[in-house]
Design a protein. Structure first.
Length: 424
């Protein structure tokens, strides 16, 4: 039975039941499903995912920088959902963990024995006044919008000089390095086109420094200084006046906040993000900002509902929200879920590993790998804080291949594959 046939059957029923239900068919959901089936083929698994397309979102920086087309980052969802997994093409609108069930937008009640929650992150475009109406025109771009990176590249190509702003919000986001990666690529594109001397480039971040992991800050500050970029910390974008081309920021200094306006000729916006509303409004969420799925940071098991697990962007795991993190989170979840099913002690531990290939220019990348302690956790016997052409090649060619051909197919040892490919 194919995934597509399974979808047609399940969506016609008002109530269904499966042993393991996975909410979300993105990087986390597909990887977990594939690895679970490798552990035990007889498992009855349902994936609930509304989209019929699967996106390689780490590639959108390269789209925005003009190095690959958007089409290279898209594949059919059906192609990657494991053939022995049932696919319900629908959206979850309510969780009822006390009764081991959930409800979908099309009215299907889904019962489960075990639940894996990985629906991805929610983009809160509305939190920046005027952004939704101005996005995709007039020099307002964002690689975080589906197909938005294509307009980013158009904007960079059409830039003739003036203020180029790149923003970072006051919330966790997926791929914390992405907002500055596109800035570095834009700076080099301006230089190639002969408009760099006319450009005033600013990185406006709501945080207090260039990057959240201290070990990589000195290297990135060197890049900022070399490229002549203005670093504006504690600048949180609140509003865009597209008719006047004005960006309004809340700036905090010494505990005081003020509002300032900065004119722009182009602005790349990284919007605020949070857990999906359906998570925030459910018993699954952690108390406090973000509303993430409340799980143990080492085992990925829910802190109140032991038959529920979560990894990926919607989880409360206190590390960067990247596909590279999911590569290390998923095997831990799978091992611990199988242990729980078989009434064994949960022994697998996630150490917070994440990776952010910080593109600093054409053929220049810092492979920032780190753990929960914020310490470098390199995969290669090299200084991880240095810009390297080899790491650009890894980001540009190797990692996309590994994602489509190994990670989504449940290979737990893709790190070894990366090292072997890299050594050739």
């Amino acid at each position: 039975m194919t995934a597509l046939q399974s979808t047609a059957e399940t969506t016609s029923k008002s109530s269904i039941s499966h042993q393991i239900v996975i909410v979300g068919g993105g990087s986390a959901g597909i990887t977990v499903a594939a690895q679970l089936h490798k552990q035990e083929q007889s498992l009855d698994i349902l994936i609930i995912e509304p989209s019929n397309q699967h996106y390689y979102q780490p590639g959108w920086t390269l789209v925005g920088g003009g190095y690959i087309p958007f089409e290279a980052t898209v594949q059919s969802q059906e192609k990657y959902i494991p053939s022995d997994t049932t696919w319900l093409q629908d959206t979850v609108i309510q969780f009822d963990p006390d009764n081991n069930s959930l409800r979908t937008q099309k009215g299907t009640r889904v019962a489960y024995d075990y639940l894996v929650v990985c629906p991805g992150i929610q983009i809160d475009w509305d939190q920046i006044k005027g952004l939704k109406d101005s996005l995709g025109k007039g020099g307002v771009c964002s690689n975080y919008a589906v197909e938005g990176a294509t307009y980013t590249w158009e904007t960079i190509q059409q830039f003739k000089g003036g203020n180029a702003l790149f923003t970072y919000p006051a919330t966790p986001i997926k791929c914390a390095g992405a907002p500055q990666k596109i800035m570095y690529l834009a700076e080099e594109a301006f230089d190639r086109r002969g408009v760099r001397r006319k450009a005033n480039i600013s990185y406006c971040t709501a945080t207090g420094k260039i990057f959240g992991v201290d070990a990589f800050v000195p290297a990135l500050m060197t890049v900022i200084q070399r490229k002549g970029i203005n670093l504006k910390t504690s600048h949180n974008l609140k509003e865009i006046h597209s008719s006047e081309k004005i960006a309004v920021f809340e700036v905090k200094t010494g505990g005081e906040a003020e509002t300032i306006s900065i004119p722009y000729d182009m602005i790349h916006v990284t919007p605020p993000m949070s857990a999906p509303d359906v998570i925030k409004q459910s018993p699954l969420s952690v108390e406090g900002p973000g509303g993430w799925v409340d799980v143990d940071k080492y085992t990925t098991q829910h802190n109140r509902y032991p038959n529920i697990f979560s990894v990926g962007d919607a989880s409360s795991l206190p590390t960067s929200k990247t596909a590279a993190a999911i590569r290390r989170e998923a095997p831990v979840l799978v091992q611990n879920l199988m242990a729980y099913i078989n009434q064994r002690t949960l022994t697998a531990k996630y150490n917070g590993y994440s990776c952010c290939p910080l593109i600093t220019g054409y053929k220049k990348t810092i492979l920032a790998e780190f753990d929960y302690e914020g310490e470098p956790y390199p995969s290669f016997p090299l200084d991880p804080t240095l810009e390297r052409t080899s790491m650009w090649m890894l980001k540009r060619y190797v990692l996309p291949w590994v994602y489509w051909n190994r990670m989504l197919k449940g290979d737990e040892h893709e790190g070894n594959i990366i090292r072997r490919l890299f050594a050739q």
